[in-house]
Write a protein that binds this ligand. Structure first.
Ligand SMILES: [Zn+2]
Length: 227
């Protein structure tokens, strides 16, 4: 199990994720200094109204980077820094979360698929590690069935992180399009917002790649054990 190849894979994924989250944190700190005069909550309000969405509430939630759209409660949840912040970083995040609300209102296919996967993936992710562990132990003595089940469970979680990518990129695309056309931000601030959302999306890219890498690793172990 403590295969050197696996350690390199996990180490590489951890390094990439550390680099991305570090860059993201630095860019957000920098863009939080660019004042806009409009709070994230006001940006969200304006964007939802522009899309004719009247049944989504904008609420402030505790914590940092806790911003998310809740499709069940129909709430755009903004962290306090974003809700009250009148700067480019806050505007970018607020508009991105509203991008998810617009996806929901327009029944965007990738979001529907992602939501449909949630119940299955939450069960899979709860048992995947233990099943894989037992699977690898049994595979050493020639029985690969449990490892095969573990791979199917892991593949579900990988599929989920891959389907998340178009959802996240599309929400940012909608956010930037609206910020540009509504002239909520000036030209330079628009470029900063684009950069902030790019690094935010990169965290999902790294997570999806790490998941794909691990999946391939388990498939490789499975093929080897069968021989
Ligand atoms: Zn998002």
């Amino acid at each position: 199990m403590m295969d050197p190849f696996y350690l390199i894979l996990i180490g590489g994924a951890m390094l990439a994720s550390w680099l991305v989250s570090n860059t993201l944190r630095r860019r957000f700190a920098e863009y939080s200094q660019s004042q806009t005069g409009v709070t994230g909550a006001q940006i969200a309000e304006r964007m939802l109204r522009a899309f004719g969405i009247n049944d989504v509430r904008i609420v402030s939630v505790p914590g940092q980077l806790t911003d998310h759209y809740d499709p069940l409660k129909k709430t755009v949840n903004l962290s306090q820094d974003v809700y009250y912040g009148a700067n480019v970083a806050a505007a970018a995040v607020a508009a991105h979360e509203c991008g998810h609300a617009v996806q929901h209102a327009q029944a965007y296919a990738a979001l529907r698929l992602r939501s449909a996967l949630v119940p299955m993936v939450s069960i899979a992710s709860r048992m995947v590690q233990i099943v894989l562990l037992i699977g690898l132990i049994l595979a050493a003595s020639g029985s690969v069935i449990v490892l095969g089940i573990g791979i199917v469970l892991f593949a579900m979680t990988t599929l989920f992180s891959v389907v998340t990518l178009p959802v996240e990129f599309d929400a940012s695309r909608r956010a930037l399009a609206w910020l540009g056309q509504s002239q909520a931000l000036g030209g330079l601030d628009q470029r900063k917002a684009k950069n902030a959302l790019f690094w935010a999306a990169m965290t999902y890219v790294v997570a999806a790649l790490a998941s794909l890498g691990q999946l391939l690793y388990y498939v490789f172990r499975f093929m080897n054990a069968r021989r």
